[in-house]
Design a binder for this molecule. Sequence first.
Ligand code: NIG
Ligand code: FE
Length: 387
Amino acid sequence: MSTLVTGIAELVTNDPTLETGPLGVLSDAALVVERGHVVWTGSAAGAPDADTRTDLGGRAVVPGFVDSHAHLVFAGDRAAEFEARMSGARYDGGGIGTTVAATRAASDDELRGRLHGLVAEMRAQGTTTVEVKSGYGLTVEDEARCLRLAAEVTPETTFLGAHVVPAEYASRRDEYVALVCGPMLAAGAPHARWVDVFCEPASTHAFDADQARAVLEAGRDAGLGLRVHANQLSAGPGVQLAVELGAASADHCTHLSAADVDALAAGTTVATLLPGVEFSTRSPYPDARRLLDAGVTVALATDCNPGSSFTSSMAFCIALAVREMHLTPAEALWAATAGGAAALERPDVGRLAPGARADLAVLDAPSYRHLAYRPGVPLASALELPA
Ligand code: NIG
Ligand code: FE
């Protein structure tokens, strides 16, 4: 069955062939969807017929947000840690242990309820693709369990056994890395598309360059694509390691040296910026203009997690990117859609051109600019179309 969507005041396609700017914007537009995919876009006046019609009454449509970095399998709450940070405490990843303890103690159904609830919360705010990491189990069984649950909600599942060194391995760090690269990876890989590591020598909880390299190479040998938590707390080795190994994405990029920017510009790794983290940890925002001006592909994601960024709102991240990191509204929307798709190597999402998945986000507004112009207002939602 085909559906004609009309009443679109502004349609953002991210289709570069339209030659209407990088967002491929069409005004007074229409779009036809068939079998879950876009089959036609154009001006409403020239729209073809279809089996059914949906009229959006003059609202804007953008590609559903692609949230390429989230940690949604967890139990517990760290509001007190957030409150302490707002009074001056620093974020160093140490609080992750609190969530690990709560997650290990939780039943499958408790974790599932939280996970599915967060995915629904995201969808209600316009996110149609989400990546979900493990990383709060940190035992062979718990990491596999978290990935099995993640696979219930998305194909973009990421093994993050190397999130932090759990307390019971604090004096045996190399032993823990061997566990991650061996039995834990073997148990997790069947449920994962990606492997990730928190590469941050500046944190006593995270991993140095050699340990991160070992984890990433083991993941690659197991057939997984690579992602890196890089340069969150310091201008450490994470970004350059990610580029050297051809990772799909280097995430955070809060502290960047000139050599990091040069490496990203010369390589294929997407720089995924997570401004919800800077907001919630009271940290300086990354120099996004420097990345964009160097030609680096930039993505925006929420990093939704109970510690450093407990937001599920891509619109909020877009507003932060515009206000705090000096992206234009168009650059921020592109990063939150096509940029996220690039970070996940998903050519079928993040755009609304013929052949793409029909993942539409509709805005209660006439233009995508309102996403940043009206911060905190729930304008975006995923559009449910007849099957
Ligand atoms: O991306 N930096 C490492 N991991 C997460 C935070 C997880 C947590 O604090 O629970 C991040 O910021
Ligand atoms: Fe993260």
